[in-house]
Design a protein around this ligand. Structure first.
Ligand SMILES: C[S@@+](CC[C@H](N)C(=O)[O-])C[C@H]1O[C@@H](n2cnc3c(N)ncnc32)[C@H](O)[C@@H]1O
Length: 262
């Protein structure tokens, strides 16, 4: 991994690039007006992370668009909730103000954003991401992305992002630590029209959700364990979730396990 800056970096952008190179075990390369292709060729590395005034950009040598942080549909959905609308994630999970939510698969934190808006300042959203590059892009995005609305920005900033594998993290938690534990693993059968997930393929952790992680989640959740998957997926049955179809059905479905303690 190479980390560099834009063509005319500020001191902060250069310092951030150096710090990220150290954090990611990558190599900091001063930009010196070189093209990214030239930097790639000279250092024989396909991936270049670039700091700039608009945040971080990850360029991979695959001809695709660079990956930048954006809350994507998460922003559209949080706006809809702010305007008094509904969202299937909120309805099916039963999330409400003051709740604590553990999102075990942060990705671009779109769902974490919807939860953060819903649980509000008296609640808590912790989001876990196992992949280092994705983690730093999202961490910087949550810190700096401007939605144009102060209360939505505040919700984004409240998400506590942690770089860890969710099974390790779940194992470290006491029983009944969060109201809701949520999983949105990379789908076994990708939804082809889901452009928001395309840039993640290649850098996201593609592992299927393990039965052990679900068992740990049931121990850690006070109320509900929830999973998002392709509607056609056999993962709901394999992992013991009851499939719930949203009111406006799409290719995506949710599965729930309601945790009841004696
Ligand atoms: C489909 S994306 C989640 C998208 C997210 N819900 C959103 O709205 O932006 C799945 C993410 O979970 C991460 N992931 C997969 N397995 C994980 C694990 N065991 N621990 C932590 N993160 C994991 C992947 O790297 C990927 O970024």
């Amino acid at each position: 991994m190479i980390v560099t800056t834009g063509m005319k970096p500020t001191e902060e952008e250069t310092a951030l690039a150096k710090a990220l190179a150290a954090e990611l075990g990558g190599r900091f390369v001063p930009r010196n007006r070189q093209t990214l292709s030239a930097i790639r060729r000279r250092h024989q590395d396909d991936r270049v992370l670039v700091t700039g005034p608009d945040g971080l950009r990850l360029h991979a040598d695959d001809g695709g668009l660079p990956l930048r942080y954006h809350p994507g549909m998460g922003l559209v959905r949080a706006r809809r909730l702010r305007d008094g609308g509904t969202d299937p994630l909120v309805e099916i999970s039963g999330a409400r103000p003051g709740d604590s939510v553990l999102d075990c698969t942060a990705g671009l934190a779109g769902d974490a954003f919807v939860f953060a808006w819903t649980v509000g300042p008296s609640g808590r959203v912790v989001a876990l991401e196992s992949e280092a590059v994705l983690y730093v892009i999202v961490r910087e995005g949550l810190r700096t992305y401007d939605t144009g609305l102060a209360d939505l920005n505040a919700a984004l900033r409240r998400i506590e992002l942690i770089r860890t594998d969710h099974l390790d993290y779940l194992r470290s938690l006491p029983d009944d630590s969060f109201d809701i534990v949520y999983f949105d693993p990379m789908f076994r059968i990708p939804v082809l029209e889901s452009s928001s997930m395309l840039p993640l393929r290649g850098i996201a952790n593609p592992a299927p959700l393990s039965p052990e992680a679900v068992r740990e989640a049931m121990r850690v959740a006070r109320r509900t364990v929830m999973m998002k998957e392709n509607r056609e997926s056999g993962e709901f049955e394999r992992l013991g979730f009851t499939r719930v179809t949203a009111k406006n059905p799409s290719a995506v479905a949710y599965g729930v396990i309601h945790v009841e303690r004696p």
